[in-house]
Design a protein. Structure first.
Length: 201
């Protein structure tokens, strides 16, 4: 350390300043980098988890509204009333298509893509059954329409499959959101710990 002792006071002060400053600069860079990563991750959590969860919730609500309207169609005998209910069902299904398109725009994991494919297939099958129900109602074939709505009926079974598909999508997305949130917490805690540790040193 003789070289340091032989230095002028001004140079000693400059070297000491840089030695003290470097750790703080490094800490600032580290913290800034991790805060940016945390901000990006939170954005992903909102765009790819929170928003899709809301969309699935809306799809589930609209699905239940469709089931109610399907039941009301079997009780209607007036052609105008049947058409009104059928038009409402179609409008709801169009809204579901819009939500589904928005849902697909998010980043989907392999599990979610598979669940989404199952939902689309079940939705198409349920839609075909709904069309059949409306056709029967239009010609007043009440017995056949009611049979479709029975516990073992075609429409009831198709509805159960679609409902299960919706629940599966919701379950997967909740798990993914939970994992993302936990990862954000780990990153935040690690940033705080390292920043404080360097500060103490």
């Amino acid at each position: 350390m003789n070289w340091f002792k032989n230095l002028k006071v001004q140079k000693k002060l400059l070297i000491s300043f840089f030695v003290i400053t470097i750790p703080f600069v490094a800490t600032g860079v580290f913290a800034s980098y991790n805060l940016k990563a945390l901000d990006d991750s939170d954005t992903q959590l909102y765009e790819n988890m929170t928003v899709p969860l809301c969309q699935i919730g809306e799809i589930s609500t609209l699905f239940e509204q469709t089931r109610v309207l399907a039941h009301e169609i079997t009780l209607a005998h007036n052609p105008a009333e049947i058409k009104e209910k059928a038009d409402e069902i179609q409008a709801i299904r169009n809204r579901v298509s819009e939500y589904l398109k928005e849902f697909e725009a998010a980043e989907l994991t392999g599990d979610m893509k598979a669940a989404q494919t199952e939902f689309v297939e079940s939705r198409n099958a349920y839609g075909a059954s709904l069309d059949k129900l409306v056709a029967l109602a239009n010609v007043n074939k009440d017995a056949e329409a009611n049979a479709m709505m029975s516990a073992d009926g075609e429409l009831t079974k198709a509805a159960a499959v679609e409902q299960a598909a919706i629940k599966k999508m919701m379950f997967i997305k909740v798990k993914e959101a939970e994992a993302k949130s936990n990862a954000n917490t780990v990153l935040a805690n690690r940033t705080i710990f390292i920043t404080l540790a360097i500060g103490v040193l």
